[in-house]
Design a protein around this ligand. Structure first.
Ligand code: AMP
Ligand code: AMP
Length: 358
C-alpha cells in the first residue's frame, strides 16, 4: 500500500494504523479499531504476546525486548513508515514516562502536555481546584494531621504501601518502619465513602462531552480485609494496600448524572486555558478524548475527586461490548476504545486529523 507523506495527506482511514502497547486496555483499543474498520498494530514486550495472538485483535505485532530500551528511534521509524497513530494508555505512560512521550515523533492521539499535568501532583491539584471540584484536604506537614489521612509515598506504585493514620505520631512510626529515607509523599484527608471511577470522552470534532461508563476497582488487599473480623486483622498485623487486580462495572444512581456531566465539562474547559498548543479558536487544545475522574462518594453524596487520568483507563475494559450508557446513545456496541477509533476515523475523513493529535 502506498503510504501518505504526512498525517493530513490521506483522508482514507485505511491508510492509517491504530497502534498501541500490549497491556492495560490494548485488547479493547484494538478490538474497537477493528470494529470501526481500521487496521491495527500491537507492540509487545517479548513474553507478553500471548493474549494478542489468542484474541486475534491485531493485524500486526512488533516485539521489543523491554519497554524502556525497545521504544527507540528504530521502533518509531517503523511506526512512522506504517503511518501508525499511537494510542496512549496507563501502562504506556507508566513505562515510558511523560518526557519520553513528549519527544515521540510518531503520530500520537491526545495532548502530550496533559500527561505532565496529571502526573505532577501540584499541577494536577491546581487544575482540579480551578475546575471547582471537591478535593480531599492536603496536609503539608505531619504536624498538621488532625483527622484520618491516607499517606501516599511516591515509591508506592499502584497503591501498594499506602497507609492510613490519624496523628503525627502514627505517621512517624509507620514512616520510620516502612519508608525511612523517602521524602516524596502526600498526606491526604481520608474520605470515607465508596470509590467510583467516572469514564468520560470529550470530542473536539463533535464538541460533545460523553459519559461512557463507570467502574469500581478490585484492589488487593483492601477488598478482602473486610472478610476478616477486626480483632483478627489487628492480631495478624495486616496493613491495607491497594494493588489493582481488576475492575468491576457499576451503574450509578441516576440523579448523580447531571452533576457528573458538569464536573467533566469544567475539567475540559479549564484544561483549555492551561495546556496544549493554541488552536484557531484562541483556546488551547487541552484535554480531549477519554479521561477519568477518580472519586470517592460520601454518604451525603458529596463527590470528592482524588485523581484525574487524562487518557483511557482500564476501568473501561468491562465494556468492550458497550456499557448501559453507550447503549443509550449508540446503535452499535460502543466501547471507549471503539469511540477513540471512531473519532480518529471521522477526523481523518474530514481532513481534521491534526486536531486530535498531540
Ligand atoms: P501493567 O501494564 O499491568 O503493569 O500496568 C501499568 C500501570 O497501569 C500500573 O501501574 C497500574 O496502576 C495501571 N493499571 C493497569 N491495569 C489497571 C487496571 N485494570 N485498572 C486500573 N489501573 C491499571
Ligand atoms: P490511587 O493509587 O491514587 O489510585 O489510590 C488507590 C486507592 O486508594 C483508591 O482506589 C482509593 O480506594 C484509595 N484512596 C486514594 N485516595 C483516597 C482518599 N483521599 N480517601 C480515601 N481513599 C483514597
Amino acid at each position: 500500500m502506498k503510504q501518505p507523506q504526512s498525517p493530513q495527506a490521506s483522508q482514507n482511514p485505511r491508510d492509517y494504523v491504530i497502534a498501541t502497547m500490549g497491556s492495560h486496555s490494548a485488547l479493547q483499543i484494538l478490538k474497537g479499531a477493528r470494529d470501526e474498520g481500521m487496521r491495527t498494530l500491537v507492540i509487545c514486550q517479548k513474553g507478553m504476546e500471548r493474549p494478542y495472538q489468542s484474541y486475534g485483535v491485531a493485524d500486526a505485532m512488533l516485539l521489543v525486548d523491554d519497554w524502556k530500551k525497545g521504544w527507540n528511534a528504530a521502533l518509531e521509524r517503523e511506526l512512522m513508515e506504517r503511518n501508525a497513530i499511537v494510542i496512549p494508555h496507563g501502562s504506556f505512560v507508566a513505562y515510558l514516562g511523560h518526557n519520553r512521550v513528549a519527544r515521540m515523533k510518531a503520530m500520537y492521539y491526545g495532548t502530550k502536555e496533559i500527561l505532565e499535568w496529571e502526573s505532577d501532583r501540584r499541577k494536577e491539584r491546581k487544575w482540579l481546584e480551578q475546575s471547582r471540584l471537591l478535593l480531599p484536604r492536603v496536609f503539608k506537614r505531619p504536624e498538621d494531621i488532625d483527622r484520618r489521612v491516607i499517606v501516599k509515598f511516591h515509591g508506592a506504585g499502584g497503591g501498594f504501601g499506602y497507609f492510613v493514620v490519624k496523628s503525627k505520631e502514627q505517621f512517624e512510626e509507620v514512616k520510620r518502619k516502612k519508608y525511612p529515607k523517602e521524602k516524596d509523599f502526600v498526606i491526604q484527608e481520608y474520605i470515607v465513602g465508596v470509590p467510583l471511577y467516572i469514564h468520560y470522552f470529550h470530542s473536539p470534532i463533535t464538541g460533545e462531552l460523553e459519559i461512557m461508563s463507570f467502574d469500581k476497582r478490585y484492589e488487593s488487599n483492601a477488598d478482602s480485609i473486610g472478610r476478616i473480623r477486626a480483632e483478627d486483622q489487628l492480631a495478624a498485623n495486616i496493613h491495607t494496600s491497594y494493588t489493582i487486580v481488576g475492575n468491576m462495572p457499576v451503574v450509578v444512581r441516576e440523579s448523580l448524572l447531571p452533576e457528573m456531566f458538569e464536573m467533566g465539562e469544567r475539567v475540559v474547559k479549564i484544561s483549555q486555558k492551561l495546556c496544549g498548543p493554541k488552536t484557531a479558536s484562541g483556546k488551547r487544545k487541552g484535554l480531549f478524548g477519554p479521561f477519568c475522574l477518580e472519586t470517592i462518594i460520601t454518604r451525603k453524596l458529596q463527590i470528592y475527586v482524588f485523581e484525574i487520568s487524562a487518557r483511557i483507563v482500564a476501568g473501561t475494559n468491562p465494556y468492550i461490548n458497550g456499557s448501559p450508557y453507550t447503549d443509550l446513545k449508540y446503535d452499535v456496541p460502543m466501547s471507549t476504545g471503539r469511540r477513540i477509533a471512531r473519532e480518529i476515523k471521522q477526523a481523518i475523513g474530514e481532513g481534521r486529523l491534526e486536531e486530535v493529535l498531540g
